[in-house]
Design a protein around this ligand. Structure first.
Ligand code: PGA
Length: 249
């Protein structure tokens, strides 16, 4: 059985106070033990989050990392540093990084390898733009993004990867993929993985992301190939985020 995962991506949002609010709320909330929950706060809040989340079910994720362990890379943060602050997971290939910071598949791969090399589990984000969907290229685009990385990994490395399917047109727009649209692409990703190894495909955790919220989480998470969610906007509101976690339990 795949363990459901709900990951909150705060992006460049939140505050020290919000970290405390989440720590307090999640210390009291009753979530099924089968569920894994993460918050990916901005870098400056990682240490405070580690302390605030200590007695809660919340795990810690980062939003990106540099492929190098150290060096002259002004403004960057390495996997080794994240590890020191208790980070367990990191997002790689988020569409905002691909689009705004021009990260290509090769750079996404380098970051993913850097994460694995320090024992941080990568969440590989993939997804098509509206133009690509309208042109009928959704599966090609998504499987290219998945394949570029997965084909270069050793079987043991592949097992560490979670994949988040996030249609770019659904991120932060309030426009969610229908459960059927999401399921179709996610089933294609699982089939693709089965080409490497059936057992791996069965165990692969697939998250949906893109305007998931407390009202639509139930029907998205009910889909056969959706094992959890990567939540942006709704992960900044503690009650909404708890409601989504409860939908996944
Ligand atoms: P959203 O963001 O939930 O605000 O659409 C999701 C994401 O970018 O991970």
């Amino acid at each position: 059985m795949r363990k459901p995962l709900i990951a909150g991506n705060w992006k460049m949002n939140g505050s020290a106070e919000l970290v405390e609010t989440f720590g307090r709320a999640f210390a009291e909330v009753d979530l099924p033990s089968s569920l894994e929950v993460l918050i990916h706060p901005p870098f400056p809040y990682l240490d405070a989050a580690r302390r605030a989340f200590a007695n809660t079910p919340l795990g810690l994720g980062a939003q990106t990392l540099n492929p190098l362990h150290s060096g002259a890379r002004t403004g960057e943060v390495s996997g080794q540093m994240l590890r020191e602050f208790g980070v367990e997971y990191v997002l790689v290939g988020h569409s905002e990084r691909r689009q705004l910071y021009r990260e290509n598949d090769e750079q996404v791969y380098d970051r993913l390898i850097a994460a694995l090399s320090v024992g941080i589990k990568p969440i590989l984000c993939v997804g098509e733009t509206l133009e690509e969907r309208d042109a009928g290229h959704t599966e090609d685009v998504v499987l290219r993004q998945v394949g570029y990385v997965m084909a270069r990994l050793e079987p043991e490395q592949r097992r560490q990867v979670t994949i988040a399917y996030e249609p770019v047109w659904a991120i932060g727009t309030g426009r969610t993929a229908t459960p059927e649209q999401a399921q179709q692409v996610m089933a294609a990703i699982r089939r693709y993985q089965a080409g490497f190894d059936r057992e791996l495909a069965e165990g692969l955790r697939l998250l949906y992301g893109g305007s998931m919220n407390a009202s639509n989480a139930d029907e998205l998470l009910a889909q056969e190939d959706i094992d959890g969610g990567l939540i942006g906007g709704a992960s900044l509101k503690v009650d909404d985020f708890i409601a989504i976690c409860q939908s996944a339990g």
